[in-house]
Design a protein around this ligand. Structure first.
Ligand code: ATP
Ligand code: MG
Length: 554
């Protein structure tokens, strides 16, 4: 049971339903197809789809495709895939602002006919001058009172592509001295003689966000149009259009605080720069806070949903600590990920009392607490690998500090025998290249005799039967909590060591590297997920999703 108190939007909806103002809740998620979705969008998706689900209503997916220069079909498809992956299904068909261009144009003409809009020929600079400032009222454009018939004729010429870009705009006639600058005769249509990814060459003018958004909501019967705080000042304009147009329904806009995460950026413009300037390997680079990057990294949709549900839906913007997100990533993987062993920095160990060629099959649970996930088989033989960091020749190391293998002492191999290190084979530089050891017979699943005290438990793989793989370890993409704060360029804060590639790692032979459903906990190392772009059956590549515990410090 969810015992969280209701947020202010849930309360508004509940009251609207109870008091009969609304009969069925309709929300929408309205991305602009000019980039990939990021973790901030996930908050909006979870909120909009979650409200529809909670109150038995519907949520639309609508592309706000009113800026043809920046928009692409490829983004549309990626966004659809991301929303589905997160676990949500929109109501009916995907919708597009461009589906309504005809109707919006008719409504623009309607406003002109009602003496509520006009074609203005001030230059961009003059428009700025006439607009006034926060402390000074604006001045009326000299074109404000031109006859409606003249505006209609010019608007038609704009639409047909007979007017150059920047020469004219269509503006609403509201109030040039309104304290809210958004009401100082805002622009409804601009000339843009560029093809659109869906409507092709049909239009040479495109509606502004303000003129499009509320009307799209009204066409779709959206009851609660939820957006982020930067649109708060636009709400009077949103309402003005709804009040002054013959729209089929009355949507209302509500604003909530956007999600910002420290140590990363949640702005499509910045993410696009990272991609375009090759700081990362595409929108789905595992270091990116995009949904596709998080997916490739191995973050689960459940972790993202749980994280979003934990966030306050409030009327203030805030920055959430990355550690909070990481908590939910670990929490979900801890329950869902299968355990496996992988040696990142292999050091050969020869077990001299295991006969050459003998293979014993040991069993280990896939999950220590979840029997139902079954077992896996581990071949055990004379030659194994352990991690270089799990061996030391320094016998003075305290048992508390170093719970691993020390020359002359014992350690337990996970799900296998207790072993003792007897000797070291050295390379030319004197460094250990192999450990000579022996097993303590009868210690699989059994305690050794009392005089044998293993220092701890370490992971291992059979050297005769293992999977060679590449491991990619990630650190945060930025070195500072607020990249780009103040006047700095956010790119200066990039962490040059955010990716570390390890080759020649050795994993359990039975690992099903290609199965996208498989998230692994490599024991003692962290959570890993096969890379969807570069991993193959012959050469598996695993991305580290996250470490086992919070180890990262500033
Ligand atoms: P960006 O600033 O990254 O370019 P945007 O707001 O321009 O984002 P849209 O595609 O217009 O991106 O956003 C679609 C929806 O997602 C909007 O309703 C927007 O308010 C919401 N949204 C975008 N970023 C965030 C965020 N960081 N937190 C919460 N909601 C967000
Ligand atoms: Mg936007």
């Amino acid at each position: 049971m969810d015992t969280k108190p209701e947020n202010f939007i849930q309360q508004i909806i509940r009251t609207d339903l109870e008091e009969g103002r609304v009969h069925r809740v309709v929300t929408r998620f309205p991305p602009e197809p000019n980039g990939y979705l990021h973790i901030g969008h996930a908050k909006s998706i979870c909120l909009n789809f979650g409200l529809a689900e909670q109150f038995g209503g519907a949520c639309n997916l609508r592309f706000d495709d009113t800026n043809p220069e920046k928009e692409e079909d490829a983004y549309v498809r990626a966004i659809e895939a991301d929303v589905r992956w997160l676990g949500f299904q929109w109501d009916g068909a995907v919708r597009f602002a461009s589906d309504y261009f005809g109707r919006l144009y008719e409504w623009a003409r309607y406003l002109v006919e009602q003496d509520k809009a006009y074609v203005c020929e001030l230059s961009a600079e003059q428009t700025r001058e006439y607009r006034g400032t926060l402390t000074e009222p604006g001045r009326d454009s000299p074109y404000r009172d031109r006859p409606a018939a003249e505006s209609l004729d010019l608007l038609e010429q704009m639409r047909r592509g007979e007017i150059e870009e920047g020469r004219m705009v269509l503006r609403a006639k509201i109030d040039m001295s309104a304290p809210n600058m958004n009401l100082r005769d805002p622009v409804l249509y601009r000339v843009k003689r560029v093809p659109h990814h869906r409507t092709g060459d049909e239009w040479n003018i495109y509606p502004s966000y303000d003129f499009a958004h509320g009307q799209e909501d009204a066409i779709e019967g959206v009851t609660h149009s939820i957006c982020t705080l930067e649109f708060e000042d636009h709400r009077p304009l949103y309402d003005w259009f709804i009040d002054n147009l013959p729209v089929p329904s009355r949507p209302r806009q509500y604003e909530f605080g956007r999600l910002n995460l420290n140590y990363t950026v949640t702005s499509k413009r910045r993410l696009k720069r990272l991609v375009d300037e090759n700081h990362v390997d595409g929108w789905d680079d595992p270091r990116m806070p995009t949904l596709s990057g998080l997916r490739r990294r191995g973050v689960t949709p459940a972790a993202i949903r749980n994280f979003c549900d934990s966030l306050a839906v409030a009327k203030t913007d805030g920055t959430v600590d990355m550690a909070q997100f990481e908590h939910f990533i670990r929490e979900d993987l801890n329950t869902s990920a299968h355990r496996a062993m992988c040696v990142l920095d292999p050091l050969p160990v020869e077990l001299v009392n295991v006969p050459e060629g003998q293979v014993e099959t040991l069993r280990a649970p896939n999950h220590p607490q979840r029997q139902e996930l079954g077992h896996r088989e581990l071949p055990f033989s004379r030659h194994i690998y352990i991690d270089r960091g799990d061996f030391s020749e320094d016998t003075s190391l305290s048992r508390k500090k170093f719970k691993r293998l020390v020359l002359g002492e014992w350690v337990r191999l996970r799900a296998a025998y207790v072993i003792r290190a007897l000797d070291v084979v050295r390379g030319d530089g004197g460094e250990p290249v192999k450990v000579i050891a022996e097993i303590v017979p009868g210690t699989v699943g059994e305690n050794p005799p009392e005089d044998i005290r293993p220092r701890g438990v370490i992971h291992w793989v059979s050297a005769d039967d293992c999977l060679d793989c590449e491991i990619r370890l990630y650190d945060r993409l930025f070195k500072t909590p607020s990249p780009g704060a103040g006047d700095s360029d956010f790119l200066e804060a990039i962490n040059p060591d955010s990716l570390k590639v390890l080759t020649g790692c050795k994993a359990e032979a039975g690992l099903r590297a290609g199965d996208p459903a498989h998230h692994f906990q490599f024991e003692r190392e962290g959570y890993f997920y096969a890379d969807s772009r570069h991993s193959t059956a012959d050469k598996p590549v695993f991305n580290q999703t996250i470490g086992l515990r919070e180890t990262w410090t500033q």
